[in-house]
Design a protein around this ligand. Structure first.
Ligand code: BG6
Length: 494
């Protein structure tokens, strides 16, 4: 299995929507931290493209404020900042204004001369999804995207934030619109979960450790439980959330990625396309729900007020820009089956929600007992976050007693490696600068995931819930999740 990475190429990163939250919280800190770690090429510049009026200095000052709060390396190094901020520019324009793209083109050429970036471009679309096709069309129209011949000399790559579509139909339409202007290899669809060290480690853990891989099937595994729980509510995203809901925000993307990595077959070679081929095969093998079956295999919820970390928090319907009678879900749990030889009959439980008792993302694998027993089963847990690591529960005899007890073998990133892993966005931007798309999503992966989610969404839309809000903030979610479980299984405590 190849773990080496190519070096990052010189390039200019243009961030569309640069005045948004993501730029301040994640993108700029990622670029700065890469510079701090010496991984950003010195031939580099970054241009923020957005609609608001502001000058260069204002933009740089705002980015500095963001770094002070959100950078992994703190405090911000004044020398590095002074050097880094000189390469940071602001370009004001509406997204549909041709003149804005013409002046951008001229400006990027100037920057190429100043910084030796060879015409290489990354366009990061951190904007509302409705602007994706418009921006890409304008970039193409103004010669900012290269054709296949030019791509051999320099590159123009597009990074697209989620959500990629609202359901299967709109995702397909978006894909068709984009592919009129950009070739698939130049599209980098981000799912930041893939940038997390613990998520990247899933394949290494599975395929380089035969002791586990030999047991990795329905022969030895009874069930799998994937959890993405958050203490946070929806914050200031009321408008967006009302259109989206939890299934689209977390399950369609982050959780499906965890699922495919946990269940895929080993590819013939560990290349980007081979890995994606195997991931798509898993998604295609997930059993799809038909109409009312959804009620048997899926549970949704919405948070009420409650107490989290000793603080009182409001219910979803009281949040800003949320309807007081909203039917939108902030929690979802599913029981899926993957109908292939390896996973036939193994329930895969997924559970995710806002305002749960604590933040926790993990994959828990429960093994079958070798004979009927009342002892707790072996459970292997990949702790995605926090307390990143892997643990295995097993039975041990209690010294001097004729009793057994569940004990735990534990691997923790912090104590073993003594370093804070890179932030997901650092890894992903670096990979895009290197032209490595392994950790980005291919069109068929996204569509295959929508094929699973769309029947659920459609059924939920047609059949509004009558019991919302149905869980307290600070709890483990709605009680109905118990109905999903096969006999003998219990949800893990979050
Ligand atoms: C984002 C979702 O994609 O992921 C957010 O839009 C969610 O609602 C976030 O809070 C969770 O990411 P992480 O890395 O904190 O688990």
């Amino acid at each position: 299995m190849e773990l080496t990475r190519k070096g990052a190429s010189p390039a200019i990163v243009v961030i569309f929507g640069a005045t948004g939250d993501l730029t301040t919280r994640k993108l700029l800190p990622a670029l700065y931290n890469l510079a701090y770690d010496g991984e950003l090429p010195s031939q580099f510049a970054c241009v923020g493209f957005a609609r608001r009026e502001k000058d260069q200095k204002q933009f740089r000052d705002e980015m500095k404020e963001g770094l002070d709060k959100f950078s992994r390396h703190k405090p911000v190094d004044p020398d590095l900042w002074s050097h880094f901020s000189e390469k940071l520019y602001y370009h004001q324009s509406e997204f549909d204004d041709d003149k804005g793209y013409e002046s951008l083109k001229a400006f990027l050429k100037e920057l190429d001369v100043m910084y030796g970036t060879h015409g290489n471009r990354i366009f990061y679309l951190s904007v509302q999804p409705k602007y994706f096709p418009l921006i890409v069309e304008k970039l193409k129209k103004h010669g900012l995207l290269y054709d296949a011949v030019e791509e051999k000399k320099h590159f123009s790559r597009i990074i697209i934030e989620k959500p990629f579509g609202h359901n299967l139909k709109t995702a397909l339409a978006l894909q068709n619109e984009l592919s009129a202007y950009v070739d698939e290899p130049e599209i980098y669809r981000i799912d930041h979960y893939l940038g997390k060290e613990t998520v990247q480690n899933i394949l290494t853990f599975r395929f380089l450790n035969p002791v586990f891989e030999h047991l990795w099937s329905n022969q030895a595994i009874e069930s799998m439980e994937i959890t993405v729980a958050e203490e946070m509510g929806i914050g200031t995203r009321g408008n967006l959330w009302e259109e989206q809901g939890l299934l689209r925000d977390i399950v369609q993307n982050h959780m499906m990625q965890l699922l495919t990595l946990a269940l895929m077959e080993a590819p013939p070679h560990f290349t980007a396309d081979n890995i994606k081929n195997e991931k798509v095969k898993v998604l295609k093998a997930v059993r799809k729900f038909n109409g009312a079956e959804v009620d048997q295999y899926a549970v949704r919820g919405q948070y009420d007020g409650g107490i989290i970390s000793e603080k009182e928090v409001m219910g979803y319907r009281q949040e800003n820009n949320v309807s007081p009678t909203s039917k939108v879900e902030t929690f979802a749990a599913l029981k899926l089956f993957v109908d292939n030889e390896r996973w036939k009959g193994v329930p895969i439980y997924l559970r995710s929600g806002k305002r749960l008792t604590r933040r926790c993302s993990e994959i828990a694998v429960t093994f079958k007992p070798s004979f009927p027993t009342n002892n707790a089963p072996n459970v292997l847990v990949i702790h995605v976050q926090p307390n990143e690591g892997i643990s295995l529960n097993f039975q041990s005899k209690v010294p001097s007693l004729q009793e057994t007890q569940t004990v735990r073998m534990d691997f923790r990133y912090d104590s073993t490696f003594g370093v804070t892993p890179k932030e997901a966005y650092e890894r992903l931007i670096l990979d895009c600068l290197s032209g490595d798309s392994t950790l980005f999503l291919r069109d068929d992966e996204v569509l295959a995931s929508w094929e699973i989610m769309t029947p659920i969404l459609e059924w939920w839309e047609k059949n509004e819930p009558s019991n919302f809000p149905n869980y307290l903030s600070g709890s483990n979610g709605p009680d109905e999740v118990e109905n999903l479980l096969e006999a003998g299984h219990q949800w893990r405590r979050i």
